[in-house]
Design a protein around this ligand. Structure first.
Ligand code: ATP
Ligand code: MG
Length: 232
């Protein structure tokens, strides 16, 4: 694939709320190149989750344009069908959230292998390789209750990579973790970015965490705020 992995212009999202409307995104311009390691930083209500949901093809914009992995997802009037959005998510996007959403009765390996059921036969070796790549090679047969919060988040990250997406979107992935564990999860994300060339976009309100990314995209009141900061 050539060109940016995410290209949004004047991206808008309006939620209906009873008889009112909430303008969550008021026109976001954002371009992410392949291999970037970026963070959306903003206070509660700024529009971080809304942005990730649109880029992650979990929801549809109300205006503007959006392309992801070279596919036009929204052209200002119409959006891809639900089926095509599902395919986009499956083929191009890994999603990680604050909650880990692991299946309690399955082992770490089985949790990681689970999404392969939708695309073919679960490949245990691939699940193990991914768990090793997030530093969990020694916890393969543990169930979620037998893992720490940081370990559960590592399993969730490994699971998100099972279909080899080019783009990882993580919404407050360290929101439930102490600062030491937060830093470990950050290190895992950076390693995946450096070693696999995975494009990473994290959303957080944590300034201390955000400072360590190569690129900080500040967001406030549904707009990209001024003062974007690039490291490289
Ligand atoms: N489904 C919805 N219906 C109506 N309004 C919504 C909906 N989802 C979000 N909003 C509103 O849109 C705005 C942006 O919300 P969003 O969840 O994107 O913020 P956020 O930056 O992720 O905040 P937080 O840090 O608290 O997670 C907020 O004002 C929120 O109340
Ligand atoms: Mg949010």
């Amino acid at each position: 694939m050539n060109g940016p992995i995410v290209q949004a212009t004047s991206l808008q999202k309006t939620y209906p709320l009873g008889r009112q409307k909430v303008e969550a995104l008021k026109g976001i311009d954002m371009r992410l190149e392949q291999g970037e390691f970026a963070v959306l930083l903003g206070p509660s209500g700024a529009g971080k989750t809304t942005t990730l949901n649109l880029v992650g093809c979990l929801d549809r914009p109300s205006g503007g344009t959006l392309s992801v992995a070279g596919t036009e997802v929204f052209n200002g009037r119409s959006s891809l069908s639900e089926g095509r959005l599902d395919t986009m998510r499956r083929e191009h996007i890994g999603l990680v959230f604050t909650e880990f959403f692991l299946i309690p009765t399955l082992t770490a390996t089985e949790n990681v292998a689970l999404p392969m059921l939708w695309t073919g036969k679960p490949d245990r070796d691939r699940a193990v390789e991914l768990l090793e790549s997030v530093g969990l090679g020694h916890r393969l047969t543990h169930r979620p209750a037998e893992l720490s919060g940081g370990e559960m988040q590592r399993v969730a990250i490994a699971r998100s990579l099972v279909n080899d997406p080019g783009l990882l979107l993580a919404d407050e992935p360290t929101g439930n973790l102490d600062t030491k564990t937060r830093d470990e999860i950050f290190a895992v994300l950076r390693k995946l970015n450096e070693e696999r060339g995975l494009t990473v976009l994290v959303a957080t309100h944590d300034h201390e965490l955000a400072e360590r990314f190569s690129r900080v995209i500040p967001i406030r009141d549904g707009r990209i705020a001024g003062g974007e900061h690039h490291d490289n």
